[in-house]
Each structure stands twice: as structure tokens, then as C-alpha cells.
Design a protein around this ligand. Structure first.
Ligand code: PMP
Length: 286
């Protein structure tokens, strides 16, 4: 089926949607993005994604080409036009196309490029992987130092996924100065003695929208949360591990660098948090 996508104010069939070869997203990875999940045909945590988008744009001095109400309407129209019940909406904004390739930013009146498209993912909430858990490897974190900005420069995370695949695993957790930063496209957690441990917020990691929601639900459920860095050895010795992201929600991690974590099966804390997250998020989806 041909998708309807959104490019610079227009809804178009995917094969008719184009962006300039001079676009700075293409030439310099000069762009930011968001991924919002859809459950029951509704958007999960749209406001959180819109807020982080505004922050990413602000940190890069990039103009926001669309008001939040209009952005919501575009998301909803794409859900409708593509009959998405469970899936994802990808949004990208770049600094636009200057007349030529130049490292310096183009003049202020260069219109930013905005693109949105849907990904249909039936069964997203009922993922079989959530029942078995996933395996990760650790790799050195070789990304730039502003990981708090959600930019489209995702080559190293892609390389990390391929390293994980080559090792027969599902994902990689990145390590810097002896501590885990995050997964290639998710935030990382361990559970020890009932306490949920996840790296504190800083420029070293993306401030996950799912992370914020999950930690809030965990605290509301009287679970203990500690926001601090942890090592690979600590993770291997933990009772449980998991990751969070808008596209995978809460995902149990059962093996790290070949060592089983806890019983080697999804643990009760991750399983419970996944249930709570899905229940609560569905209730307030828009
Ligand atoms: N860290 C990184 C590096 C990511 O790419 C993502 C997902 N885009 C996350 C964390 C999770 O963020 P969110 O919960 O907002 O999807």
C-alpha cells in the first residue's frame, strides 16, 4: 500500500514526496527527529515529544516551522489517512536546503524542511520479544557529546546494532568511562534488590520521553528509583535489566555480553512496568 506522507505542508503519496539534494539533513545531518507511537489509533505522549522537539530545535538554533496544535493535527491526519491502529509516526525537521553546500548555516529565511511518515506495526504492544527478553552486547560509546539533542546523525547507533547482530544479539549498550550510557536507541536500566537504577540525565544521554513516564509510574507505585550511572559488571550481576523507548515501551534485557541477567528470563519489575506503562499511556493517549 502506498503511504500518505507529509512534506513541507503537503500530504502526498510516498513516491511523490521529495526533498532537495542540498537539504542540510542530507548533507550535514543538520536535523532533528521524534518518533511517537500509536496505540488504538491514538498518539502516546504527544506533548512530551513536542516539548523535546522544541528543545532540540532550540539547542541547535533552528526555527520551528510548525505550531504544536498544527503538528498534532498532522500526526492525526496521517494516522487517519494510513489507517494506523498500532504503529509509529516519524517526524524530521532539518535546517532546510541552502542554494549550495556550505558549512555555515544558511540565512535565517531559509525555510526548514519538515517530513512526517507513518510506520504500520500491528502487534506493537503485544511484542513476542517482551515475553522472552532481548540480548545485548556492550560497545564503546563513540558518539558526539550532545546526545541530549535528538539529531538524525545515527550512524554510530546503526553500527552498534550491526555489531549486536553480528554477535547474535538484539542491541548494544554503549559504555563510556566504565559506565553504561544508554542503548543504541533506548534508555538502559537495571534492577537490584528491588531498586530501579538508570543513568541520571545529562548531555551524555537522550532524555527519553518513555523514561520520564516510566520513572513517574514507578515512583507512583512506590518502587524505589536511583538515577545514577552503572557498570557492565553491575548489570551482569543485577536481578533484572530492561530498556525503554517510544517504539518498544519497556523491554526486558536478559543477557549482557553472554552473561545471563538474573534468571535469564524477563523479571517481575520489568514485566510490571511494561503493563503499567501500556495501561496508563493508553488511558491518556490523544
Ligand atoms: N536514547 C536514544 C539514544 C534513543 O535514540 C532513544 C529513542 N529515540 C531513546 C533513548 C528513548 O527515547 P524515547 O523514550 O523518547 O523514545
Amino acid at each position: 500500500m502506498t503511504r500518505t506522507v507529509y512534506v513541507n505542508g503537503k500530504y502526498l503519496p510516498e513516491n511523490e514526496a521529495t526533498v532537495s539534494i542540498f537539504d542540510r539533513g542530507f548533507l550535514f545531518a543538520d536535523g532533528v527527529y521524534e518518533v511517537t507511537s500509536v496505540l488504538d489509533g491514538k498518539l502516546i505522549d504527544f506533548d512530551g515529544h513536542a516539548r523535546r522537539l522544541a528543545r532540540s530545535l532550540g539547542e541547535l538554533g533552528m526555527r520551528n516551522p510548525i505550531a504544536t496544535e498544527d503538528l498534532l493535527e498532522v500526526h492525526r491526519e496521517l494516522v487517519r489517512a494510513n489507517s494506523i491502529v498500532e504503529g509509529l509516526i516519524y517526524l524530521q525537521i532539518t535546517r532546510g536546503a541552502a542554494a549550495d553546500r556550505d558549512f555555515a548555516y544558511p540565512c535565517e529565511d531559509t525555510p526548514p524542511t519538515i517530513v512526517l511518515f507513518t510506520q504500520n506495526k500491528p502487534g506493537l504492544a503485544d511484542s513476542p520479544m517482551a515475553k522472552t527478553g532481548i540480548k545485548v552486547i556492550s560497545i564503546e560509546d563513540q558518539r558526539w557529546a550532545r546526545r541530549d539533542i535528538k539529531t538524525v546523525q545515527l550512524l554510530y547507533p546503526s553500527m552498534g546494532k550491526m555489531m549486536a547482530k553480528a554477535a547474535g544479539c538484539d542491541d548494544a549498550w554503549m559504555v563510556e568511562d566504565g559506565a553504561v550510557t544508554e542503548g543504541t536507541s533506548n534508555n538502559a536500566y537495571i534492577v537490584k534488590g528491588g531498586k530501579i537504577i538508570t543513568r541520571h540525565l545529562s548531555n551524555d544521554i537522550l532524555h527519553g520521553i518513555t523514561r520520564a513516564a516510566v520513572l513517574r509510574f514507578a515512583r507512583e507505585a512506590q518502587m524505589e528509583v536511583e538515577e545514577r550511572a552503572f557498570t557492565v559488571a553491575e548489570a551482569q550481576d543485577a536481578d533484572e535489566a530492561f530498556f525503554t523507548s517510544a517504539s518498544a515501551f519497556v523491554m526486558p534485557v536478559v543477557e549482557l555480553d553472554g552473561a545471563a541477567i538474573g534468571t535469564g528470563a524477563p523479571g517481575p519489575v520489568a514485566t510490571r512496568l511494561r503493563e503499567i506503562y501500556l495501561d496508563e499511556s493508553r488511558q491518556v493517549a490523544i
